[in-house]
Design a protein around this ligand. Structure first.
Ligand SMILES: [Zn+2]
Length: 379
């Protein structure tokens, strides 16, 4: 019995996007799905009750951060991450690899693993496939990620080839070290940058290891959006259709739609929560920077079409005032709205797939959001 099961409900006749459902030991969620990010076992300023109220079926948490603070031993003692943070729906944890490669300045990659220094204290640390599995087994997430190398963008073909081969060897070690396959599903991560040949090799290596799901890594790392879309076009068909596909680190509204069209089922990104904290909001007619002077006397809601808690109760002028004064309540209101906006967007995407009109939906959404304008301010 495997911990994670993917059910394909239907494919959009207009685009090929997939409507599905992922079943986990902590309930099921509908796909394509957006996963809010709760780095330190909390989606910043939101309570688990609020996340449920807005319809989140799965959240993501970061292995690297929890391993260091408070320590995976403490979370294990609490009964695992679900009990520790009082969240009874699904949780996905990353492997820690991305943070090691992006936060730590002093790192040395060896076959065995990666030596690096703590991004705050400078303490010497070591992370390997076995260690990443041990920590995630202690956290008890429903979906765990294999420990992979995240090469910088751009990287040369030769560097990327060596990296892909190492990531495949590490994936095999992760599978061997994973102690709880019956209650935690381990996903493999396809790497290879923008190189079709390497994506092909990476996917073939990982698919032969028969993971319960696959992620596409190494995208949304600074490459232009057309490179990401092209890479998805030749990568997703390499993955088995009976397993979920997760595009890591993507959360702008246009990329969520374009990724779904290319067969992606799961997404995560800090974008909606991060931009909320400085007062940038996603709305049905585009980006709104509530700090701007033009909103000082604007008593309309953030998004007149939104029925979230924030938009039902508070005005742009009030939220602008709170954000200007660095009031926590302001950040809570903007965070709530942005997450609600993306979760509703994915609901609309699923409805459009159900009705075989995701292509039309994309056109309408892009037009209203302003993505079609030549100087569109995207995220
Ligand atoms: Zn709202």
């Amino acid at each position: 019995m495997t911990a994670i099961r993917y059910e394909l409900i239907k494919t959009c006749r207009q685009t090929g996007a997939r409507l599905g459902r992922v079943h986990t030991p902590h309930g099921s969620f509908d796909t394509p799905a957006f996963m809010p990010v709760g780095t330190l076992a909390t989606v910043k300023t939101m309570s688990p009750e609020e996340l449920k109220e807005m319809g989140a079926g799965i959240i993501l948490s970061n292995t690297y951060h929890l391993w260091l603070r408070p320590g995976s031993d403490i979370i294990k003692e609490a009964g695992g991450l679900h009990a520790f943070m009082n969240w009874d729906r699904a949780i996905l944890t990353d492997s820690g690899g991305f943070q090691v490669f992006s936060l730590s300045e002093f790192r040395k990659i060896e076959e065995e693993g990666v030596h690096f220094r703590h991004h705050l204290s400078g303490e010497k640390l070591f992370l390997s496939p076995e260690k990443a599995m041990e920590v995630q087994n202690a956290l008890g997430s429903d979906i765990m990620m294999a420990f992979d190398e995240c090469p910088p963008y751009p990287a040369t073909f030769e560097y990327m080839r060596k990296s892909v081969e190492r990531t495949s060897r590490w994936a095999e070690r992760c599978l061997k070290a994973h102690k709880r396959p019956e209650d935690q599903g381990l996903f493999g991560i396809v790497q290879g940058g923008e190189f079709e040949e390497l994506r092909r090799q990476s996917a073939a290596d990982l698919v032969s290891l028969d993971f319960p799901g696959y992620a596409i890594g190494g995208l949304s790392v600074g490459e232009p959006k057309d490179v990401m879309n092209r890479t998805l076009e030749f990568t997703t068909p390499l993955l088995p259709s009976n397993k979920p596909r997760y595009l890591m680190g993507v959360g702008s509204p246009d990329s969520l739609i374009d990724g779904s069209i290319r067969g992606i089922d799961m997404f995560d990104c800090v974008l909606p929560t991060r931009i909320a904290r400085n007062g940038t909001l996603m709305t049905s007619t585009g980006r709104l920077v509530v700090k701007n002077a033009q909103y000082a006397r604007d008593f309309r809601p953030i998004d007149e079409e939104c029925d979230c808690y924030t938009c039902r109760n508070y005005s742009r002028a009030y939220i602008r005032h709170l954000i200007h004064c660095n009031e926590t309540f302001g950040i809570r209101l903007t965070t709530y709205h942005n997450l609600y906006f993306l979760l509703r967007l994915m609901e609309k995407v699923r409805q459009a797939i159900r009705e075989d009109r995701l292509g039309d939906f994309r056109e309408e959404f892009f037009e209203r959001y302003g993505f079609n304008k030549p100087n569109a301010k995207n995220f």
